[in-house]
Design a protein around this ligand. Sequence first.
Ligand code: ATP
Length: 298
Amino acid sequence: VFQLSLPLNFLGSVYREMNQAMIDMGTLYNLENTQAVVKDSQDATVIPNEPMKIDFNNVSFSYLQERAIFNNMTFSIEPGKHVAFVGPSGCGKSTILKLLYRFYDVLEGDIKIGGIPIKSIQIESLRKSIAIVPQDTVLFNATIFENIAYGNVEATYEEVIDAAKKADIHSLIMSLPQGYDTPVGERGLMISGGERQRISLARALLKNSSIIMFDEATSALDAQTEQKITASIKKILAQKNCTAIFIAHRLKTIKDVDLIYVVNQGKIVEMGTHAQLLVKGGVYSQLWLIQENVSISS
Ligand code: ATP
């Protein structure tokens, strides 16, 4: 038995509070149904599941009254582009994802998708258009098939296999005696951090959303696994027409995105491509140098 504080979210903060990473699917469904911090407005709009412009306009937000996380945060993401948010720990990167998914409402300003404030978008349709690859992947005491299919309860066998192939985990699954029917979790197969991420990726792909958000875990995978997963993600995104948002700690994993936003103290302090930001010689280039030196010396 574990304790949870609502709202339940897929971005890790709640899961991180749990002592166990394995929970019953039924429990999770029940919790999801009970969360009601944000509600649909009357006449909420259904949005199409296709890439659209995302705008944060003068967004202010705080979890606790006395401590502002964002103060007039403004940025936009063009449809189909791949952008990354980087910055010091605790500066609010994951909060950007939480606000876009509408786990919380902003205090001031607004967030728009396709020009429509998300407060007027039907929550179900908003969340259908966003898939999340979270920091910590929760696996259920269920089969691999069920664990992947969690992203889309109506998924067919073929669709699950297709997603697993794209996430480069199909051959591993096929090498197991029970294949997709292999139980995962406490009573079944124990899987590595990298495999866990691939299951999470397959889950997100199966959702087939027009926005995909990657919340990179702080705890490092080994360099080789990380490189392989980054390569899988690149391959997937090259074939998929979707907007991708990365929250990154390790700059190496995001240096090829279209646009990088550097967040510090609740504001965007720099923006540009990797090359532009290096030339600029500001916060980003300092972070890059530090990380490069660490990886050379280790
Ligand atoms: P990291 O790089 O360490 O993952 P981050 O930049 O993604 O951090 P957030 O997770 O967005 O930062 O958190 C921003 C700030 O808000 C942090 O100081 C965090 O402690 C605080 N915070 C996050 N979630 C909550 C919450 N549910 N209630 C209160 N404070 C919170």
